[in-house]
Design a protein around this ligand. Structure first.
Ligand SMILES: [Zn+2]
Length: 449
């Protein structure tokens, strides 16, 4: 596989050189070039029916160009859909990069460059695995394979849902591999088996009809920022666990994250006690987390001696797998209305809602993936969660309720996706290609038994 792996790496470097960014404020030309380059690579790998497809956003402008290619399944064989995305994050502050972001550079066993990991390595893992398997099996490859390489993931996938609905039959599959996540660490592969959901919204506290002089009126009534702070303080118990009743929480993470690693990665200051109870991994993956992400009150620089009549805060609540977003939203509403401090008026405005995700780890597809990852790396794979969300996964599960979704990836904790000096561990990338080739081969010969 050595020569072909060198080729795979060379093609990955070519892709990194194309700065395809799907944000509306960026030139669209490189994004289209990026889609065409991916389409050419998919064609070169031998996939028939390669197309670049776009659907329009609600405002009538085109969404990111997606590459779709399909090899229909032989009678009785399953179809696997391989997902990755070819658009990348903008580079941010270029001064923070040690090498030019759009020139892939190999250094100390890693490949540096924007998109080297997220997610152009995901694309190349799919392409290299498919090429290897179709060479080995040639005519006996009956497995259906669909490529779906999205072109707007880093812009929030604005047309993902309508793209799925428009191309529902074209993209239908038995198993979907989403190669856009991370392994546990360099040398230890992981299947991402849970993602948290999210709800957010605004909590406003009103106490006076208008602002009044704090000398003349201060004392008998508390100002809105103070009352809002007291209300916010009820959202956690004294240990820092979320205290909103009715939220799903479980202490079921199967790997342990050392406290020192968490403290270092999250840059927690010395002396700060961690919040919550249970293992750190479960606090990150299988329990809710509630944060205040915005606070509206007069700014310090323009503060005057008045009692502030109203104040509002935006909350963001990460949801454990198994939690319905609508129920979580109602739970927060009930909590803030029931805890209105000093009888202040509390106005709750619900915001966005996204579903959590959990893989059925007993499914044939999950067992197959765990086996293939273990074989390729030579050490057993672990099941991990992600504390954040991948919103399009919820769309996939809604449009295809019976499909088995496997979230894999080429990143590791040092990959710095979205940040300066993004990089890919080349040895693990090679393992990822091998793991996917093993999966495709076994799926072809044994199906989803
Ligand atoms: Zn990504």
């Amino acid at each position: 596989m050595d020569r072909s792996f060198d080729q795979t790496l060379a093609r990955l470097k070519d892709l990194v050189a194309i700065p395809g960014i799907a944000w509306p404020s960026f030139d669209r030309t490189p994004l289209e070039r990026s889609a065409d380059a991916v389409a050419a690579l998919v064609r070169e790998a031998g996939l028939p029916e390669v197309q670049v497809l776009t659907v329009n956003k609600e405002d009538g402008t085109p969404g990111g160009p997606a590459v779709v290619a399909r090899r229909p399944a032989a009678e009785g064989k399953p179809t696997i859909l391989l997902y990755a995305h070819h658009d990348v994050q903008p580079v941010g502050d270029e001064a923070l990069w040690e090498t030019a972001p759009f020139t892939a550079v190999e250094k100390d066993g890693r490949l540096y460059g924007r998109g080297a990991a997220d997610d152009k390595a995901g694309i190349m893992a799919h392409i290299a695995a498919y090429a290897a398997v179709s060479e080995v099996f040639s005519d006996s490859l009956g497995l259906g394979v669909t490529f779906f390489i999205e072109g707007e993931e880093e812009a929030g996938s604005p047309t993902f849902r309508s793209f799925l609905e428009t191309n529902r039959e074209l993209l239908r599959a038995d198993v979907i591999v989403v190669a856009d996540s991370s392994n546990w660490k360099v040398g230890i592969p992981a299947l991402t088996t849970s993602l948290r959901g999210l709800v957010d919204g605004v909590i406003e506290v009103q106490v006076l009809k208008h602002a009044v002089h704090s000398g003349m009126f201060g004392g008998p009534v508390l100002d809105a920022p103070t009352l809002l702070s007291r209300l916010i303080a009820t959202l956690h118990d004294d240990d820092g666990n979320v205290a909103v009743e009715g939220l799903v929480a479980a202490d079921t993470a199967s790997v342990e994250m050392p406290e020192a690693d968490y403290r270092a990665d999250a840059s927690v200051l010395d002396g700060v006690r961690l919040a919550g109870t249970g293992s750190i991994a479960s606090r990150l993956w299988t329990k809710p987390a509630l944060s205040i992400i915005g606070f509206d009150a007069p700014a310090v620089d323009v503060a005057s001696n008045t009692l502030i009549p109203r104040a509002r805060a935006k909350f963001s609540l990460r949801l454990a797998p198994g939690q319905a977003p609508a129920e979580a939203m109602e739970a927060v509403r009930r909590h803030v209305e029931a805890n209105a401090p000093f009888g202040a008026k509390v106005v709750f405005t619900p915001g966005e809602a996204g579903n959590p995700f959990r893989t059925d780890t007993s499914s044939a597809a999950a067992s197959l993936a765990m086996w293939a990852l273990g074989e390729a790396w030579g050490v057993p794979a672990v099941e991990t969660g992600i504390g954040g969300s991948i919103p399009f996964i919820a769309d996939l599960t809604e449009v295809y309720p019976d499909v088995q979704i496997l979230v894999t990836g080429v990143e590791d904790p040092d990959s710095r996706a979205h940040s300066a000096n993004e990089s890919l561990h080349i040895g693990d990338f090679r393992n990822a290609v091998l793991a996917e080739a093993l999966m495709l081969a076994r799926l072809n010969s044994e199906g989803l038994a």
